[in-house]
Design a protein around this ligand. Structure first.
Ligand code: SD4
Length: 339
């Protein structure tokens, strides 16, 4: 008979991150997947510093909801980040309008959309969730709510963003570029309208095994005034279900909304799909509806299940995501892609 010591010696981490062991019959079995959390994952390269802020909460046994809020506030406050938060590129008319939403393990959620003059939309989204009977506040109403709740009014359009917008006005051509996101960390490519879309979506599983998520963006650069993307829409840019896991998205929000992308990913995981395969299927649904159009646009999904397994898939190459857990706080992973 195999004794416990021998049993543990034979254990190994499987490719999906699950701890595997070999039972007395020589069969590989899952040992204790619960060891995969706490964990936090988020979209793109700037997910690394964001995850590290979330980790400060998670590593002390804090709640996933507090972790994701603290995490995404980092890119929201970064003056070099022109696609999330205060320094985001403006819309066609020069207004910086921000979108964000947040969702906790109980299914509570809140969001703000097309909100002006307030620099941390994710924290306003959380207040909508916790202090109102509503889920989504938009435009002037969202700003008014924020001001009534202690946020300060600020002019968000900074010099770099203004310069990029004025440059863009010369042609006024609205054309999102695939994967310009990755140029963020090669500042010589900035400014200009090179870097025109990018969102942080973050999912965290805390020590208690509860999941929460947050998503925040300034949306597509030089969009029509009043345009709202997927990021503040529960089910599109973000969805979590504490029985299953969570998902978030980045890329051209209109396509994500049309397919209720994040909800779809979570429902596929409920049916037994791995996080990566669920993201792949969601991406394929978008492609299937309009294959020609899909060749020229980017959408990426990121997912985390309740066991702490994660994965991502995008239409185009170049999507990256950051993973942070007790072993490593600065891992960047290349997402798989169809093209
Ligand atoms: C939007 N999904 O507003 C956001 C933008 C984005 O990578 O994620 N870009 O449509």
């Amino acid at each position: 008979m195999i004794n416990r010591r021998k049993f543990l010696l034979k254990s190994t981490i499987g490719t999906s991150g699950i701890l595997l062991g070999v039972n007395a019959l020589g069969k590989t079995i899952e040992l204790k997947s619960a060891s995969n959390y706490p964990i936090v994952i988020s979209t793109w390269d700037f997910g690394i510093p964001a995850n590290q802020a979330a980790w400060k909460v998670l590593s002390k046994g804090g709640r996933a909801l507090d972790a994701v809020e603290a995490g995404v506030r980092i890119p929201e406050a970064d003056p070099k980040n022109h696609s999330v938060g205060a320094s985001g590129y403006p819309d066609r008319d020069g207004h910086v309008t921000l979108d964000a939403c947040i969702m906790d393990e109980k299914g509570n959620c809140g969001g703000v959309a097309a909100m002006e003059y307030i620099d941390h939309p994710i924290s306003v989204a959380r207040m909508v969730m916790e202090k109102t009977p509503h889920v989504l506040l938009v435009g002037e109403g969202a700003t008014q709510f924020a001001l009534e709740n202690g946020f300060k009014k600020k002019q968000l359009l900074n010099d770099e963003s203004k310069k990029a917008w004025q440059e863009w006005l010369k042609t006024s051509k609205y054309q999102p570029e695939i994967n310009v996101e990755n140029k963020y960390y090669t500042p010589q490519k900035l400014p200009g309208n090179q870097y025109n879309h990018d969102t942080i979506g973050m999912l965290a599983l805390d020590a208690a095994g509860n999941i929460s998520g947050a998503c925040t963006t300034s949306g597509m650069a030089f969009k029509l005034h009043g345009r709202v993307g997927d990021s503040p829409i529960i089910g599109a840019g973000l969805f979590v279900d504490n029985e299953v896991g969570g998902a978030t998205s980045t890329g051209v929000g209109e396509e994500v909304i049309r397919n209720v992308g994040s909800f779809l990913v979570v429902e596929l995981m409920r049916q037994g799909y791995t996080p990566e395969n669920a993201c792949k299927e969601a991406v394929n649904r978008i492609i299937k509806k309009n294959p020609e159009k899909a060749k020229n646009l980017q959408v990426g999904f990121l997912a985390l299940n309740k066991k702490g397994e994660y994965g991502a898939y995008a239409i185009q190459k170049g999507f990256s995501y950051a993973v942070c857990n007790s072993e490593k706080q600065d891992t960047l992973i290349k997402g798989q892609s169809i093209y």
